[in-house]
Design a binder for this molecule. Structure first.
Ligand code: NDP
Length: 466
């Protein structure tokens, strides 16, 4: 049974149905996209699956050495037969068992999401004026999923704890099938039975719409939210479980679990548990408050996130890394300093918004800029921007924390290979790009108030540097 809670004071649950008849003309995702953006979108659509496949081949056949598969593929291009043999040997194989495993897991997560007791959290007001309720029960789903994983593996003997590692190739195929299905399903749904028509964005480009999505908050019924479900469950619940399964595989392989693998599991588990413990907060982050649901999130949550965010554990199974006490201490310190910053910055924003600015930040009354913005139904709403504490140092100091945690996760793999450092490289690009996207969105949403904030807080990420 859902327990109603955390409803913001300004929540007007009954959004005028007429809103759906209008198309948002205010802030929100880009509407007109340039030819260059379309080309980049096409590149992302084509290259992302190839990159995932490449990392699979690299780890599976070449101990995660980044250039080795490229060199062998290049050499094999001399002969079609050699290339064919190579690809057959290295590409993931279809497996009916892995297919059943993936879809059973997905269905199980959907059942947990739909039927576990939940609090109701609220996102940010959408450009069309909706204030949507969300089921917040991820922590319980995480606990049940992991308890079952251990019980099935250690007590009932239903599977080996290394089950995910052992079926990695087949699962990759299954997840891809689902990711593509979901992308096209949501694309068609956006045209035929959208959940909130006025919050759709059509860019005029098929490619851009496929990548970035048309619908803002596709749903089944009132509460089965595609964005929250797919990011949280097949994506983030799977993250820690994949790590554990790879740790079990390492144990089977070398007879013990390295301190690097333990630290990696600890860092990932801290990040994941923080996410679920603060799932209500997540409803007001950019993922939910800005991104539309296309390939970027549908395929990204099904394939990119579980495959590439766990790359370090794949690496550590193939390469035994025993960190020295000093390396361990440095990596631990970087990771948990990052986590402390990440959580404290995000907490400051949440607390200032939930108290309407009536709170203390670093021992002093919070300094805020009181703003207003208009939704496409013509209504004016109020909000505020915090400009003291961490939010007075730079406009995205929370990303500094995130980058430190990401770096520590990569550092668990030592310095022999570049591939396990993909995560920090990717996060740096993602967050720098996100700063730009967020700037465009906030400028559109808050106008002169955002400009005032920029004057008070001129730095984007690192004070006095950027
Ligand atoms: P933020 O949590 O910083 O959210 C940005 C939004 O907050 C803005 O769009 C604006 O939205 C509001 N805002 C901006 N400035 C202020 C201010 N001064 N005071 C109050 N509100 C403000 O960014 P993200 O959603 O990108 O990130 C959330 C966390 O998730 C971060 O710590 C990030 O590092 C992490 N993250 C992790 C990723 C991963 O894959 N591991 C990927 C991306 C993010 P509005 O005013 O409309 O509410």
């Amino acid at each position: 049974m859902a327990v109603q809670s955390r409803k913001p004071a300004q929540a007007d649950a009954k959004v005028d149905k007429k809103v759906d008849a209008q198309v948002g003309k205010t802030w929100g995702r880009d509407r007109d996209v340039s030819f260059g953006t379309i080309l980049i979108s096409l590149g992302i659509l084509v290259m992302s699956p190839i990159w995932v496949l490449y990392t699979y081949i690299s780890c599976n056949g070449y101990s995660c050495a980044m250039s080795a598969p490229a060199l062998e593929i290049y050499t094999a291009t001399n002969s079609l037969e050699a290339l064919k043999t190579l690809l057959i040997r290295e590409l993931p194989q279809y497996s009916p068992y892995a297919m059943r495993l993936f879809f059973t897991w997905l269905t199980f997560q959907a059942v947990l999401y739909a039927f576990l007791p939940a609090q109701i959290g609220y996102g940010q007001r959408t450009p069309a004026g909706h204030l949507l309720p969300y089921k917040v029960n991820g922590l319980l789903a995480w606990v049940i999923s992991h308890a079952l994983y251990f019980a099935g593996g250690l007590y009932f003997g239903w599977w080996k704890l290394s089950i995910i590692h052992d079926n990695w190739g087949g699962l990759l195929i299954a997840a891809n099938l689902y990711g593509y299905f979901l992308t096209f399903f949501c694309f068609i749904k956006a045209y035929t039975f959208p959940s909130h028509p006025a919050d759709r964005k059509f860019s005029g480009s098929f490619i851009y719409d496929l990548l970035m999505g048309i619908e803002f908050n596709p749903r089944f019924g009132k509460l089965f939210d595609f964005k929250l479900f797919h990011n949280g469950r097949p994506g983030i619940v799977a993250w820690t479980m994949i790590d554990l399964s790879f740790a079990a595989a390492q144990y089977q392989k070398i007879g013990y679990v390295t301190n690097s693998m333990i630290l990696l599991n600890l860092l990932h588990a801290t990040y994941v548990l923080d996410f679920f413990y603060n799932e209500d907060w997540y409803l007001r982050t950019i993922d939910i408050a800005h991104d539309h649901f296309g390939f970027y999130l549908a395929w990204g949550d099904s394939v990119w996130l579980p495959w590439l965010y766990t790359l370090q554990s794949h690496y550590l199974v193939r390469n035994t890394v025993d960190l020295t006490p000093v390396q361990f201490a440095i990596t631990f310190t970087v990771g948990f300093t990052g986590y402390f910053i990440f959580r404290s910055v995000n907490h400051q924003k949440d607390i200032v918004r939930s108290t309407n600015g009536e709170c203390m930040i670093w021992g002093k009354p919070a300094k805020v800029i009181r703003t207003s913005f208009v939704t496409s139904d013509g209504k004016t709403h109020k909000s505020l921007l915090l400009c003291s504490g961490y939010w007075g140092l730079s406009r995205h100091f929370n990303y500094v924390g995130d980058l430190l945690i990401s770096l520590a996760m990569c550092m668990t793999c030592g310095t022999q290979h570049l591939l396990p450092y993909f995560y920090i490289i990717y996060m740096t690009i993602l967050l720098l790009h996100r700063i730009q996207r967020d700037h465009t969105r906030c400028k559109g949403k808050y106008g002169k108030f955002w400009e005032e904030y920029m004057k008070v807080v001129p730095y984007k990420l690192i004070p006095y540097v950027y």
